[in-house]
Design a protein around this ligand. Sequence first.
Ligand code: C2E
Ligand code: MG
Ligand code: MG
Ligand code: MG
Length: 278
Amino acid sequence: QAKKQQRTGYVYFTNNMGVEIRERVRLMRALNSAFQKNHLFVVYQPQVEISSAKAIGAEALLRWKTAEGKYIPPDQFIPIAEYSGLIIELGDWVLRNACFELKTLLKKGYDDFKMSVNVSQAQFLHPEFLNSVRRAISDTGVPPHLLDLEITESMAMEDPIFLMETLHQLKKIGVKISIDDFGTGFSSLSYLQKLPIDQLKIDRSFVNQIVDANSSASIPKMIIQLCQSLGLSVIAEGVEELKQAEALVSFGCSYAQGYYYSKPLETLMLHEWLGQRL
Ligand code: C2E
Ligand code: MG
Ligand code: MG
Ligand code: MG
């Protein structure tokens, strides 16, 4: 009963509610109905090895296209889904879609292709989360080590004991863990060292500035060195220019994701894009 209420996200209107809250409630209802009407879908952004420009995997990203054909960005609706509780169902749905797509790619012969899926804080904290991961894997039959769950740095700071326990359970399942948007969340390095994680994703904001004459590349350099000394893999997000990719390689970062290689693609386009790379 409580769970059901959480999912429908009851909110009452009052006269003195701010415009922002009304807008949030409106979006919340629209999102619910968009989910029911299949107006949500998943796109996939390729991840590449910079030196060979070969695809190594993709990140699943959620999209919402309204009946009027307007796209609502995830930065706007994910927080609303978190707030209303819909993210539990929605996140599970994205995970299952992504695993299904991964299975399709593996069957097609893209061996060792990895699939990254974003996990929100509310999902991670939910008691059914581990089961949801187990089920997505067993129902689709994907090798767990090819599934990469992205959590954010701020989540990693929230509840250390719970986090550690959940991460260890995920390691038992056999999935990989990445810290998304790394460098924006001020995590303690000694704490980071203790976490059973596999990869850091350098936030786009640092990659942006990497070849900018007026700013320095010291943060991405430092993150890459940190990964090397902790034995973690590192990938840069938001690579838009060849110069950025070249700089990253020279600092020792082998993997990248960004518009320079490809925007996020619908499945058919993803297959086409991958086909052209063989
Ligand atoms: P993120 O996980 O850090 O995803 C990377 C974002 O950067 C994506 O934005 C992607 O389209 C964008 N991006 C990639 N390469 C470039 C580039 O070269 N230039 C620029 N300007 N942008 C680039 P998107 O798809 O709008 O997603 C935004 C955020 O929403 C994601 O950030 C993630 O935090 C969240 N999100 C998206 N889908 C999901 C989902 O299924 N579940 C959860 N929990 N969060 C999601
Ligand atoms: Mg991500
Ligand atoms: Mg990111
Ligand atoms: Mg993010």
